[in-house]
Design a protein around this ligand. Structure first.
Ligand code: AMP
Length: 457
């Protein structure tokens, strides 16, 4: 598996006099999906204007750049890469001048056979600038240049297996396209302008619409290609695939709780997971506390279901930048405390249920449990609002390699012993599916159940 793993967000807007600025805000709202790089391409009188950089949205874009990003349509991208190869040539949106004009592409997801498509293209003489999956699409599109872009795109993606939510802009249209299994989210919204005209917006998550005052219309369906141009909106299905593989981890951890993802409120899904956690494994305890922020909605759901009082037993410092200098080895234990501070006045002498969204390597939970005990907790029960993470994701979530996943190597009792909890409990796969109103026909839970919905190349 050579492919590049990415967590990303995409955004696109059509027919808005402030398209560049709106895209900036749309990326800002989706910063949690990628912190390594950001980029915007705007469309001004049939030409593309681009600004991209490495860093957070607020660092990459200054007023001078937004002034430059003129035009009434734009697309944008934020990206988190795990390989360390954060070259500017990989920063999206990617742009190219094709036979019929400029094309800009923003991609969320991971195409599992990308390296095969890429090797094939290179053998045929293609020259690649970067090391990401998305560039292959530009090369494939260039080969279908006699077709219009919609036809070209439909032909190009026939070569792809895996996850792609694309937002694409040419000189005369904005296109949104979601892979046939619908791994990653992609939503459509609209906004009424002061002059009565409608502006169309696409994004990975609806939280981007909330910020710019757009109304959520619907999801871009798996296997749908949607576009908007001067004649209005258009939509076609390019696949007859019936089974969806929407990523359950979007609901567990990745998406913002104030987003609608796959048509469901993430906040509600997480509360359901917390309630399920209690119903599957009732416990007696004095308080339930979340690991902030990721465990908060699940802990509320657990508290409501169990009637065990909810407390903020751990307070999170929100001002830790990525520039935080790691303490030297001798004072390393300060590490987690800098971010998470357990409150003695709440925890002392109590039987505590600690709720987190997921347990991946087990290193964070081990430290948290030790801090909660140091603060005087009598019992610490660690409750995880998802099943054991047993396998890596090949579809765009950055999970560590299998060897680093504690549940791939150890059983629940061994993990409990490693993290130092009095008890350790996970939600069942069935319970998780119920919480997201899903099934194996609608959601991918491969990281939890090992059932990968595509071949892994
Ligand atoms: P650990 O068990 O030490 O690997 O930490 C698990 C915690 O990391 C979880 O509680 C999540 O809040 C967070 N987490 C889970 N998945 C990811 C991911 N793909 N990227 C970043 N953080 C994650």
């Amino acid at each position: 598996m050579k492919s590049w793993r990415e967590e990303c967000a995409v955004f696109g807007i059509w027919n808005d006099p402030e398209a560049g600025r709106m895209t900036y805000l749309g990326l800002y709202a989706q910063q949690h999906r990628g912190q390594e790089s950001a980029g915007i391409v705007s469309l001004n009188a049939e030409t593309h204007i681009s600004h991209k950089g490495v860093g957070l949205v607020g660092d990459v874009f200054q007023e001078e750049h937004l002034l430059k990003l003129k035009g009434s349509a734009a697309i944008g991208h934020v990206r988190y890469s795990t390989t360390g190869l954060n070259y500017l040539s990989n920063v999206q949106p990617l742009t190219a001048q094709l036979h019929k004009g400029p094309v800009a592409i923003a991609h969320n997801g991971n195409i599992v056979n990308a390296h095969i498509v890429r090797d094939h293209l290179i053998q045929q003489g293609a020259i690649f600038q970067g090391t990401n999956d998305t560039e292959s699409l530009l090369h494939l599109l260039a080969r279908h240049s006699d077709d219009n872009i919609i036809k070209g795109l439909k032909k190009s993606v026939l070569d792809f297996e895996g996850a792609y939510s694309f937002v694409i802009m040419t000189q005369d249209r904005l296109i949104a396209m979601r892979d046939p299994k619908g791994f990653r989210p992609l939503v459509l919204g609209s906004r009424k302008l002061d002059n009565g005209e409608i502006s169309y917006v696409v994004a990975s998550e609806t939280c981007a619409f909330d910020l710019i005052g757009a109304t959520y219309e619907r999801e871009i369906e798996p296997g749908e290609i949607f576009w908007v141009d001067k004649n209005g909106t258009h939509s076609e299905k390019f696949s007859s695939e019936k089974k969806k593989s929407q990523c359950v981890f979007e609901h567990v951890y990745f998406s913002r709780p104030d987003s609608l993802v796959f048509g469901q409120s993430v906040y509600e899904a997480r509360k359901n997971m917390g309630a399920t956690l209690f119903h599957e494994n009732p416990v007696e305890a004095d308080i339930v506390i979340p690991v902030p922020d990721s465990g908060v909605p699940a802990a509320i759901g657990f508290s409501n279901a169990s009637k065990i009082p909810f407390e903020f037993g751990i307070i999170r410092n929100h001002y830790i930048g990525r520039t935080f200098i790691q303490p030297s080895q001798s004072i390393r234990s300060f590490g987690v405390k800098i971010k998470l501070n357990p409150q003695k006045s709440i925890l002392e002498g109590k039987r505590v249920v600690v709720i987190d969204d997921s347990l991946v390597r087990g290193t964070t939970s081990k430290k948290i449990i030790s801090l909660v005990r140091q603060a005087g907790a009598k019992e610490v029960h660690f409750y995880v609002a998802s099943p054991p993470t047993k396998g890596p994701c090949y579809y765009g979530v950055d999970t560590p390699k299998r060897q680093q996943l504690i549940a791939a190597e150890k059983d629940v009792e061994e993990i409990r012993d490693f993290i130092g909890a009095d008890s350790l409990v996970y939600v069942s796969v069935e319970g998780l599916m119920k919480a997201v109103h899903g099934s194996e026909d609608t959601h991918c839970a491969a990281c939890f159940n090992g059932k990968y919905p595509t071949e892994i190349f």
